[in-house]
Design a protein around this ligand. Structure first.
Ligand code: G3P
Length: 218
């Protein structure tokens, strides 16, 4: 399973990239706004900067809600960088926009997916990847990971090319569960990536080896 960073924070992306484990980045208007993008700089400039750090796909979200607006924005966004995935929401207008943009050869990250039906429609329309939002479903008492698992099973059954990206990841256990469910990608906040690197027994083991070696060589 590939790991993408779900952030628009350049420092987090730089640090994640240094580990050599980050295959792509996902952004959205909320994440961009959190970094002051929109007031202190443009979304386009921020994304172009991210593209100098990460060569993998970078997801950039449209903010229009009608077909024409999404298609216009999607075509524009697709020209910003070499490896863009245009994020389009799983709405009626979104599916129409996906089908138009996909025919142009533009790669689509179908976002805000909360049901297998939305995933199946997106795959038919031409989504490159569909993003079930795990944490937001868990937040309302549903089983977000069951959605990931259902979509993976359906796509496998019909040998669909559309990939599954587990999104709205809140903790490291979500990543393990997404990998076991067969998700192709998990997009994770930087904090979760850092948690994934850690285990207390690794830390105590490193200390003990260092102590034992120091004693033996004193
Ligand atoms: O990329 C979008 C998605 O991951 C959002 O996550 O935490 O806002 O539910 P969250």
């Amino acid at each position: 399973m590939e790991i993408f960073l779900d952030t628009a924070n350049l420092e987090e992306i730089r640090r994640g990239a240094r580990l050599g484990v980050v295959n792509g980045v996902t952004t959205n208007p909320s994440l961009a706004a959190k970094e002051g993008i929109g007031t202190s700089g443009s979304y386009k400039e921020a994304v172009q900067e991210i593209a100098t750090i990460i060569s993998g796909p970078i997801s950039i979200e449209v903010v229009s809600q009608d077909v024409e607006g999404m298609v216009t924005e999607g075509r524009e966004i697709a020209g910003w960088i070499d490896n863009p995935w245009v994020k389009i929401p799983s709405t009626e207008a979104g599916f129409e926009a996906i089908s138009v943009l996909a025919k142009d050869g533009i790669r689509i990250n179908q976002t805000l997916c909360f049901s297998p039906n939305q995933a199946m429609l997106g795959a038919q329309a031409g989504s490159t990847v569909v993003s079930p939002f795990v944490g937001r479903l868990d937040d309302i008492g549903h089983d977000g990971m069951e959605l990931v698992s259902d979509i993976v099973s359906i796509f496998r059954y019909y040998a669909l090319e559309t990939k599954v990206m587990a999104a709205s990841i809140r903790h490291p256990q979500h990543c393990i569960m997404a990998a076991k469910a067969g998700a192709h990608i998990s997009t994770v906040p930087y904090g979760v990536l850092m948690q994934m690197t850690k285990h207390p027994l690794t830390d105590s083991g490193v200390s003990r080896f260092a102590d034992d070696w120091r004693k033996a060589t004193q």
